[in-house]
Design a protein around this ligand. Structure first.
Ligand code: PPE
Length: 308
């Protein structure tokens, strides 16, 4: 999806015009993927734009930086404030937010610690991640031939730039097969996640999702959906999911900041349940959007209004 330009990008503490937010081609990050990032959404509410899961996203950004020994030269509070300021400055009603911290230009060679740490916050308007109609009709997906990284190779729980080559392989393979997305298994053969989404399976009235040990990113939307499912009275289980449970399932859906709650209607050409959006998926979507668009009280304190 082409990026729709906003006016400015927050770059190392200053607002820079969109087209001027540039870096040198010998920046460390370009060569070795040395970055950490977040994807956050702000939704349009009656009180103006409100950021969903602001502090959990900021916390995860700092966690990702910590595990690659990257010191972010701002406090969490400063990053949170800068995110809100960028949304105000770009006058968005709703937007996607991409904080990115990376190693810049100084020395090359894999050893990264001489390079300066640079911080960026970009915002733009971004619609349905998996295509128009995905949220209602669902998407067609397949199990990828690629696996998520083994737990002793990279760190799935962290959102590190270089790790997204694995995601790129999975999504390119899926698109080459005419599918919207791939479901990637972990190295033990259990279901892990999509290239940029967590996954949920509804089977026999119980809602399952893979545990953190299945090489997943600990999604903020995943936590939100687990909470909503509990609120709605469904039993939820974080446990390993064998591949065939995908085919046995009554409903399967993805969650993510970009993907929100996207139903899956076929997997490997087999219909999931009745082959469309299932009733529990719809119920979770309805509850999710009612809260984040301000039509129902934000009872868990998930939203941070940008103008207060
Ligand atoms: N797994 C992966 C690998 C992932 O990238 C995401 C987010 C998730 C799960 C869901 O996490 P959360 O957003 O906290 O619920 N993917 C982001 C980037 C997508 C992109 O194409 O870039 C996102 O959804 O913003």
């Amino acid at each position: 999806m082409p990026i729709s330009k906003a006016e400015v990008i927050w770059f190392n503490g200053e607002f820079v015009p969109w087209d001027e937010a540039k870096i040198h081609v010998l920046s460390h990050v370009l060569h070795y993927g040395s970055s950490v990032f977040e994807g956050i959404r702000a939704y349009k509410t009656e009180r103006g734009p409100a950021v969903l899961g602001l502090m959990p996203h900021v916390d995860r950004l700092f966690f990702s930086a910590k595990v690659i020994r990257m010191e972010i030269p701002y406090s969490k509070q400063e990053i949170a404030e800068a995110i809100k300021a960028t949304i105000r400055r770009n006058r968005h009603e709703a937007c996607y937010i991409r904080p990115l911290v990376f190693r810049g230009y100084d020395t090359l060679g894999v050893f990264p610690l001489n390079c300066p740490v640079e911080t960026v916050i970009a915002t733009w308007e971004w619609g349905a991640y998996l295509g128009a109609g995905a949220l209602e009709q669902g998407v067609d997906v397949g199990v990828s031939s690629w696996r998520r990284m083994a737990p002793d190779t990279l760190m799935a729980m962290a959102k590190i730039g270089g790790q997204y080559v694995n995601s790129q392989l999975a999504v390119m393979e899926a698109r080459a097969r005419g599918l919207a997305e791939g479901i990637v298994l972990d190295v033990y053969g259990y279901v892990s996640e999509g290239s940029g989404e967590n996954i949920f399976v509804v089977y026999d009235g119980i809602i399952y999702t893979p545990p953190l040990s299945a090489s997943i990113l600990g999604g903020i939307t995943r936590r939100i959906v687990l909470q909503l499912a509990e609120d709605l009275g469904y039993p939820v289980r974080e446990q390993n999911i064998p591949r065939e449970m995908l085919y046995a399932a009554d409903e399967v859906f993805f969650t993510g900041t970009a993907a929100e709650i996207t139903p899956i209607r076929t997997i490997d050409g087999l219909p999931v349940g009745a082959g469309g959006r299932g009733p529990i998926t719809k119920q979770l979507q309805d509850e999710f959007f009612a809260i984040i668009e301000g039509r129902k009280p934000d009872r868990h304190g998930w939203l941070t209004p940008v103008y207060e």
